[in-house]
Design a protein. Structure first.
Length: 426
């Protein structure tokens, strides 16, 4: 390979683990516009908890003139001599569930300012097929003044990071790669293959790689929607859904999905990207959007089930004190983006219930800024009329619920992890 210097644009849940991995072999400059994030990383601390501090500190360097290592910065000047630019920014949806490509446009503009002849720009952000070449490349061309596939090239290698998962880390997950030409595809594949021990899969085109990523999470979303619907049906019948799934799971080809709240920046978002693109081609995707509607309705459903159980136990709903355990979008992860616990809390508030939210991992200020909700990182020392386990943080398994409950309190287990001690579960 040629003398490789990599810039990773965006140092969040995807970018930092990738930058850390590449920095074990190459010189990597991690770029992010969030000054506090970069300052924290330079001190050797990752607040997302994706990279352990001791592992991060081993690869950090104080300048970008070394042979390998990770240098973090907010200055574009520090990435102007890189020859690979890997963009790992978020791809959210707006309040109407329409794809918001603003972070991609802005990061493409930034890279365009430092792009040189021969450089390769690789996108990892989840998008619908066509975004890289039809939306991002024109920005690169316009800002840089260079011509695509003559002066510079592009690649796409979709991220497969599972936040909070310490077993399936980036190097242990097979990586799909692609390039804007056959030669560039091989270069991109070779770059990733040099650090991904699980191996790579070179897709024939960028659009194929984009499509492969967006259907991965759409498939999971649809499967979870199915078991969520089963939970609603079996609840009406008085049958325990978890017991049904355990029995059905004894068949070799039964897929082990569980009911729950589907939030986060991937499964709860990506299907909208595919649906939007399908509609642009004149096709209305019925199954994909039906799955999204069902999963988006689960917050209100959980709240209604909690209220029904409170009434059955004779608990006065209006003015009741309820403890919500967890606010992040998934277990053992501080990420609160697109968390559906917020939907549960909002619905409970509409019933007149006072909700205290305890989450040892969530950033209190971030939750307040994003959702205008008060949270605490220390367990309140009072008793509650109802407790809802919304997120399966490992720490919650060791709680002494008797210290938090009144004599007639309700304990509702959204995640089905409390092994029979809850009054009910989803």
């Amino acid at each position: 390979m040629e003398n490789i210097k990599i810039a990773v644009i965006g140092l969040g849940y995807v970018g930092l683990p990738l930058a850390r991995l590449f920095s074990t072999k190459y010189l990597v400059v991690g770029f992010d516009i969030n000054e506090s994030r970069v300052t924290s990383l330079k001190s050797g601390t990752d607040t997302t908890l994706e990279v352990e501090d001791d592992i991060l500190q081993k690869v950090l360097i104080n300048n970008n003139n070394e042979d390998k290592g990770l240098y973090c910065t907010t200055s574009l000047k520090d990435i102007e001599d890189c020859n690979y630019y890997i963009i790992t920014v978020p791809t959210p949806v707006d309040k109407n569930n329409k794809p918001d490509l603003t972070p991609l446009y802005k990061s493409s503009e930034a890279v365009g300012k430092v792009l040189k002849k021969g450089d390769i720009v690789i996108y990892e952000s989840t998008v619908y097929p066509g975004v890289t070449e039809e939306e991002c490349v024109p920005v690169l061309e316009q800002v840089s003044g260079l011509k695509f596939n003559e002066d510079f090239f592009a690649g796409y290698s979709p991220e497969r990071i599972n936040p909070g998962d310490k077993e399936h880390t980036v190097e242990k997950i097979l990586k799909v790669t692609s390039g804007s030409t056959k030669e560039i595809g091989e270069k991109v594949d070779s770059l990733y293959k040099s650090v991904i021990i699980a191996g790579t899969y070179l897709a024939p085109t960028i659009k194929v790689a984009e499509a492969a990523k967006v259907i991965e999470n759409s498939q999971r979303d649809i499967n979870i929607a199915f078991v969520n619907e089963l939970a609603k049906i079996f609840n009406l019948m008085g049958i325990d859904t978890q017991e049904v799934l355990a029995a059905a799971g004894t068949k070799w080809n039964f897929l082990p999905f569980k009911p729950g709240l589907v939030g986060g920046h991937c499964i709860g978002v990506d299907p909208y990207y595919l649906a939007q693109r399908a509609q642009e081609f004149g096709y209305h995707p019925e199954i994909i959007l039906a799955g999204r509607r069902l999963n988006d309705s689960m917050g209100e459903y959980v709240a209604s089930q909690v209220v029904k159980l409170m009434i059955k136990k004779g608990i006065s709903v209006n003015g009741a004190n309820l403890l919500m355990l967890g606010i992040t979008f998934k277990e053992n992860c501080p990420d609160v983006r697109n968390t559906k616990i917020v939907d549960v809390v909002k619905a409970l508030h509409e019933y007149g219930i006072k909700v205290a939210i305890f989450d040892p991992l969530a950033d209190v200020e971030e939750v307040k800024k994003e959702y205008k909700l008060e949270t605490v990182n220390v367990l309140p020392e009072i008793k509650f009329d109802a407790i809802v386990l919304g997120v399966a943080h490992t720490e919650f398994l060791s709680l002494d619920f008797s210290q938090l409950q009144n004599d007639n309190s309700l304990l509702y287990d959204v995640k089905g992890i409390l092994n029979g001690i809850a009054d009910n579960r989803l």
